[in-house]
Write a protein of this length. Structure first.
Length: 729
C-alpha cells in the first residue's frame, strides 16, 4: 500500500502520556493524548493508538470542542487506514471534516483533505476525486499562509501525477518542492523528496539518476528507522525496475518488500487491533445513538413549544387579520391620495422638463447672441485700430477713442452675460497658458485708459520683482477678474487713485501663490451692503445714471476666484474707499518666450503665407490688415470650397479657419483637408467661447483656437508656435 504524508507528521512529537482517567480534561491534555496516539501509530502499535484516540474522542465530546473532536476522528481514521479498513477510514475522515468545518479550522481541514485524498487516489483509484481533495488542501493552506504545508501537499500531488504518468503536472509540482527544500529537512520528508526526484528522473528516462535517488531514499529511510517509509519506497522502486525490464533487481526488491510487510504487519497485532477497532466502533455508534436520542428529546420539546407558539401565532394572525382589514380601508384612502400625488408629480415633471428646455434655450440664445454680437464687434474694434494705424492724425481724436472704448465696453458686457451663464451651468474649466504678468497688467491698464481719464483717475501698478517672469495658468480668467475689479474701482472713484499691488505670498514646489490687492479712494461701501455686492444685478446705494453697468462684474469675479479654489476679501468704508484682495496659485514656467519684435523680424526674413477662410467681408479686411502689417502674406477665401481649391494650387504655411460659415462649415472643410493627407496647421477663428467649441475643433483635426476679437500678440504667438511645430516635424 502506498503511503504519503500521514497525519502523524502534522503534529510535533512529544513525550508519551499516560492514559489515566482525567476528570476535567483540558484542550492541551486532549492534544497530548492525540500526540501519544500518533507515536503509537508510527510504531505500528495500533491497539495502543486506537485506545488512546478513543479516549481523546470521549474527552473532546465532554468539553464539546469541535477542533478536538475533528483531530480525534482524524487519528482513528489514520489507524483504520493502516489496517486497510479504508471504507471505515473514509467514514471517520468525513466525520472529522464536518467538525473541522464547524470549528472553521483550516489547518485541520487541510490535513483531512490530504489524508482522504491518499485513499481516494492510491487505494480507490478515484484519481480525479483524489486530486480535487489535494487541491482543496492547498486552498486551505494558502488561506492560512502555511507555506510548509503547501509544499507537503505539492509532494503528494507530484507522487500522484507521476503514478498516472501525468509528467507535465508531476514536474511542475516537483520543481516547486525542490525550490522549497527547506521544508524537507527531517529524515521522513527527506526520504520522500529523494524518492519523488527518483520518480522524476525515471519519468525522464534517466535511469542512472533514478537509481541513485531511489537508493538515497532507501538509505535515508533506514536511518530514520521508518519501516512505513521503506515499504512505500521499496514498492515504488520495484515497480520502476520492472518498467525498465530490470527483472532481477525488481524481483529482489519485491521479495524485500514482502519480507518487510510480514515483519511490520504482525498478524496477531493486526487481529487484536481489528478486534479493538470493532469495540471502538460499537462504542462510538452507541454514543452517537445516545446523542441522537438526546437530540430527539430536544426536538420533541421544541415541537411542543412550537405547538404553543403556533396557537399564539394563530391568535396573532386573527388580530393581524383585523389589522389588515383596517389597513386595507386606510390604503384605499391613501391610494386616492397617491393617485392625486402621482398626477401632481407628472405635472411637476412636465414643468421640470419645460424648465430644462427653457434653460437650454436660454443658454443657446445667450451663446448665439454673444457670437452674433462679437462678430461685428471684431470688425468695429479692428477697423478702429486700422484707422489709428493708417491715419496718425487721428491718434488724439476723442471721437475715435470714444468709438474704441464703446466697442470694448460693449464687448465686456457681452462677455459678462456669457460668462455668468456658463458659470451657473458649471461649464467653465480652467485653462493653462504661459504668460507674462507684467505684460498682462500693462495691457489691462491701457485698455482702461479712457475710463480712467473719464473720471480723472490715475491707475498705479506695483508688481513684486520676486514674481517669476513667466507663469502658467488661466490668463483669460485672471484678466476677467482684474478688468472687472479695476474698472469697477474706476467707475466708483472720481479725481482719485486706483492702486493694483501684486506680491509673491509663498512658493511651494513649482507653484507660486500671488496675492492681488485692488484699492481705490472712491465712494466706499457701507458695512450692511458689503455682503450684497457679489449678488447678480446689484448696485448698492448708487444711482444707475451715475454708475452704468450690468451689476454682473463682482458676481463673476467671486465665481471665477472660487474656480481657482480661493476666495475674495473686501475692506471698505464710506467716503474713504474700497480694497479687494485675493490669492491665486500659478505654476512657474521656465519656457523662454520670444519678444514680439523678434517674432516680426523673423517674419520679415522668412515670409509666411497665411490662408484666411472667412465669409464675413469686414472680418476679412481686419484679419488681412493685421497679418500684412506684420510682414506676412495673406490670401482670402470666402468659403470652404474655395479654400480647398486654393490648397490644391498653392502652398500655404497656415490656415485661419472661421468655423461658422454657410454651405460648408469650418469643421467640414478641415475634415476634407485632413482626409486628403494635408497636415498644414489649421487655427479655428471663432467668436464662440473656447470651452463651447474646443471638443468639436480638435475632433475635426484643427490645431488651435483663436477667439475673436483678439489681440495682435495672441495671433502672432499662435502663428509662431504652430509654424515652429510644423518646421520641427
Amino acid at each position: 500500500m502506498k503511503l504519503l504524508f500521514t497525519y502523524i507528521l502534522l503534529f510535533l512529537i512529544s513525550s508519551f502520556q499516560s492514559v489515566a482517567q482525567i476528570n476535567n480534561p483540558t484542550k492541551k491534555e486532549i492534544f497530548d493524548l492525540i500526540k501519544t496516539a500518533d507515536i503509537a501509530l508510527l510504531n505500528l502499535d495500533f491497539e495502543k493508538s486506537l485506545k488512546i484516540a478513543k479516549k481523546a474522542l470521549e474527552y473532546s465530546y465532554k468539553i464539546n470542542d469541535n477542533t478536538c473532536i475533528a483531530n480525534a476522528y482524524n487519528e482513528l481514521a489514520g489507524n483504520y487506514e493502516q489496517l486497510s479498513e479504508n471504507d471505515r477510514a473514509l467514514e471517520y475522515y468525513i466525520y472529522a471534516l464536518s467538525y473541522a468545518k464547524k470549528a472553521n479550522n483550516l489547518t485541520v481541514q487541510d490535513y483531512i483533505y490530504n489524508n482522504s485524498a491518499n485513499i481516494y487516489f492510491f487505494v480507490k483509484k478515484q484519481y480525479q476525486l483524489g486530486i480535487e481533495n489535494y487541491n482543496r488542501a492547498i486552498e486551505c493552506s494558502t488561506k492560512n499562509k502555511d507555506f510548509k504545508q503547501i509544499a507537503f501537499t505539492k509532494s503528494n500531488l507530484a507522487w500522484a501525477y507521476f503514478t498516472i504518468n501525468d509528467t507535465k503536472n508531476g514536474f511542475e509540482c516537483l520543481d516547486y518542492i525542490n525550490k522549497n527544500k527547506v521544508y524537507f529537512e527531517d529524515s521522513y520528508s527527506k526520504s520522500n523528496l529523494e524518492m519523488l526526484n527518483a520518480m522524476g528522473y525515471g519519468a525522464k528516462g534517466d535511469e542512472k539518476n533514478a537509481n541513485i535517488f531511489f537508493l538515497k531514499s532507501i538509505a535515508t529511510a533506514k536511518q530514520s528507522y521508518s519501516e512505513l517509509d521503506l515499504l512505500s519506497i521499496y514498492e515504488e522502486y520495484a515497480d520502476y525496475l520492472f518498467k525498465i525490464k530490470n527483472y532481477e533487481k525488481a524481483f529482489f526488491y519485491h521479495k524485500t518488500l514482502d519480507g518487510l510487510k510480514d515483519k511490520t504487519y504482525n498478524n496477531k497485532l493486526i487481529i487484536n487491533a481489528q478486534l479493538i477497532s470493532k469495540k471502538i466502533d460499537l462504542e462510538i455508534y452507541k454514543n452517537e445513538f445516545k446523542r441522537s436520542e438526546l437530540e430527539n428529546k430536544a426536538q420533541k420539546i421544541i415541537i411542543s413549544k412550537t405547538k404553543i407558539i403556533n396557537v399564539l401565532f394563530g391568535i396573532l394572525l386573527f388580530f393581524l387579520g383585523c389589522f389588515l382589514v383596517f389597513i386595507f380601508k386606510n390604503n384605499k384612502v391613501k391610494l386616492q391620495n397617491n393617485n392625486l400625488l402621482v398626477s401632481k408629480n407628472r405635472e411637476l415633471e412636465i414643468a421640470n422638463i419645460k424648465a430644462v428646455e427653457s434653460s437650454n434655450l436660454k443658454s443657446q440664445f445667450v451663446s448665439t447672441i454673444s457670437h452674433e454680437l462679437r462678430t461685428p464687434l471684431y470688425g468695429v474694434i479692428g477697423i478702429t485700430n486700422m484707422l489709428i494705424d493708417e491715419h496718425k492724425e487721428l491718434v488724439g481724436s476723442e471721437h475715435l477713442k470714444s468709438l474704441k472704448f464703446s466697442a470694448n465696453y460693449l464687448l465686456s458686457l457681452v462677455n459678462d452675460i456669457l460668462h455668468i451663464n456658463k458659470i451657473e451651468e458649471n461649464k467653465i474649466i480652467l485653462d493653462k497658458q504661459i504668460f507674462d504678468i507684467n505684460e498682462e497688467l500693462l495691457l489691462i491698464k491701457n485698455s482702461l485708459i479712457f475710463l480712467s481719464k473719464n473720471n480723472n483717475n490715475e491707475v498705479k501698478i506695483n508688481i513684486d520683482e520676486s514674481i517669476p517672469k513667466l507663469i502658467l495658468g488661466d490668463k483669460m480668467r485672471l484678466n476677467q477678474i482684474l478688468i472687472n475689479l479695476i474698472s469697477n474701482a474706476l467707475k466708483f472713484t472720481k479725481n482719485g487713485l486706483v492702486k493694483v499691488h501684486i506680491t509673491l505670498e509663498k512658493l511651494e514646489n513649482n507653484t507660486c501663490y500671488l496675492n492681488f490687492t485692488i484699492a481705490d479712494n472712491g465712494v466706499g461701501i457701507a458695512k450692511e451692503n458689503q455682503d450684497k455686492i457679489f449678488e447678480k444685478f446689484v448696485q448698492v446705494g448708487q444711482k444707475n445714471e451715475d454708475y452704468q453697468g450690468t451689476g454682473l462684474g463682482l458676481s463673476i469675479v467671486q465665481k471665477l476666484i472660487n474656480l481657482f479654489e480661493s476666495e475674495i476679501f473686501i475692506e471698505s468704508e464710506l467716503a474713504v474707499g474700497t480694497t479687494f484682495s485675493f490669492t491665486l496659485p500659478f505654476e512657474i514656467e521656465n519656457y523662454i518666450q520670444k519678444d514680439i519684435s523678434i517674432i516680426t523680424n523673423e517674419f520679415s526674413t522668412n515670409t509666411l503665407k497665411i490662408l484666411v477662410v472667412d465669409d464675413n467681408r469686414i472680418n476679412q479686411i481686419v484679419t488681412k490688415k493685421i497679418i500684412e502689417k506684420n510682414n506676412l502674406v495673406c490670401v482670402i477665401a470666402d468659403n470652404g470650397f474655395t479654400a480647398i481649391e486654393l490648397l490644391r494650387k498653392e502652398r500655404f504655411d497656415m490656415i485661419l479657419m472661421d468655423i461658422n460659415m454657410p454651405d460648408i462649415t469650418g469643421y467640414e472643410t478641415t475634415r476634407i483637408i485632413r482626409n486628403s493627407g494635408n497636415k498644414i496647421p489649421i487655427i479655428a477663428l471663432t467668436a464662440y467661447s473656447k470651452d463651447e467649441v474646443s471638443n468639436k475643433v480638435f475632433e475635426s483635426g484643427m490645431n488651435d483656437i483663436l477667439i475673436k476679437p483678439f489681440q495682435t500678440n495672441d495671433l502672432l504667438l499662435i502663428i509662431v508656435n504652430n509654424t515652429e511645430n510644423k518646421n520641427a516635424d
